[in-house]
Design a binder for this molecule. Sequence first.
Ligand SMILES: Cc1cc2nc3c(=O)[nH]c(=O)nc-3n(C[C@H](O)[C@H](O)[C@H](O)COP(=O)(O)O)c2cc1C
Ligand code: SF4
Length: 505
Amino acid sequence: MKIYVPLDSAAKALGADEVADAIMSEAAARGIDVQVIRNGTRGMIWLEPLVELDQDGTRVGYGPVSVDDVPALLDGKLPSLGPVEEIPFLAKQTRLTFARVGVIDPLDLTDYEAHGGLAGLRRAIAMSGAEIVKEVTESGLRGRGGAGFPTGIKWNTVLGAEADQKYIVCNADEGDSGTFADRMVMEGDPFCLIEGMAIAGLGVGATKGYVYLRSEYPDAIAVMEEAVRRARSAGVLGKDVLGSGKAFDMEIRVGAGAYVCGEETSLLNSLEGKRGIVRAKPPLPALEGFLGKPTVVNNVLSLATVPVIFEKGAAHYAGFGLGRSKGTMPIQIAGNVKFGGLFETAFGMPLGTLVNDVAGGTASGRPVKAVQVGGPLGAYLHPDQFDTPFGYEEFDQAGGLIGHAGVVIFDDSADMLKMARFAMEFCAVESCGKCTPCRIGAVRGVETIDRIAEGDASAIPLLTDLCETMKDGSLCALGGFTPFPVMSALTHFPDDFARQKEAAE
Ligand SMILES: Cc1cc2nc3c(=O)[nH]c(=O)nc-3n(C[C@H](O)[C@H](O)[C@H](O)COP(=O)(O)O)c2cc1C
Ligand code: SF4
């Protein structure tokens, strides 16, 4: 009997390790032959630990499973959720980047290949660097780390740069609030990221790669390190990638944990062993990046999407999506929500469909008040904006941003003035200190919001003015985008700012 129990850290936090142990000891006591496979998560966190039994090739789900449920599970008496793939939350998705996550044994390279793994790299090996870059450009892939910059254009700049050494750096700092997709890929399908980085290396002529991984992800670090070792011994990495005669190897580097170290130039400083402080651009990292050499810096999801683009073709990938937002986006649903987790879908789904239909509204059962999309620098969107479709340009027009597609839901008990204050305080705490509008502005911002909270309405125009200065004068998006959550809270939820005044009077 094959039983799948996730090794994903969200599932582990909910008891998956204990359940896996209980299954093995109960099976041993009964003398049953059970193979426990530790898979990635299917992304339905409210069902974790989600245990799957392979029944004649169909994976039937049970969850959430506790240690006490194990005897009934092995007796066949535990109520099931039916075939996992038919659970509506999963059935509604279009999984391209996450196609294998939750399906395979993450560290089994044979399982990886049996599910389409390495097909993309094999195809890329037969192509020239320029052809590889062209394929990525034609797929329409845009950076999934935050800015949505076209990946093909970035790769083309690195391809065209003359240098004795070039690098691929994977940004796995994943600092945005409510985001976890990078972690899920690294824990659930690490070879996919390795394959994507190898294709990037062959494309731009880089022989060395680094994954900059946050220290708060110990499970992802362990899985990635083991996957790199296995890929190297299988000849996927090394001096002769899959017998191509071309070299590409990589290492995992652990960041000490600062939000700003997710910003690409700050990340490069940190990777070089320096203080994580933002560098002025130009020069672009694509021309002078790691150790001053041309460097591709891409997010985990951007790089982990590359293999499927090469496996199925750029046109297949570009066939999904909306306008200039091509392909799919692994959306992360969190906060006060009934069904939280990972939902990958083609760009174009309206925000309201995601929040109400897919995520089932709030966990508290109270009305949704606000939704923050795009991490701590993303705007708070009002339910009036729920018809906004997921698309970079569409969100921009609505005064928001998609960023890394973290969606955090709040019910009507949320105080948006407090959320605005939190955004400013976050910026003050996490500021690298290089430029004045952010370093000083965020501190003044917290003080100004406190004045508003105390009933001083004359501080509102001051806050607006300060936000304009931070937007225009900051060196990077930490200071430059903090005004989005602050101003959206003020604009869409003015009562929360006025109510404080009445309360104070
Ligand atoms: C303050 C700040 C934090 C950031 N954090 C991350 C992060 O955790 N992960 C990430 O991929 N990009 C992050 N970014 C965006 C990166 O600077 C960069 O745009 C990205 O890594 C490029 O990869 P992509 O083109 O694949 O998105 C951050 C940017 C800023 C300004
Ligand atoms: S905006 Fe803030 S984080 Fe960015 S460079 Fe300026 S001080 Fe540093």
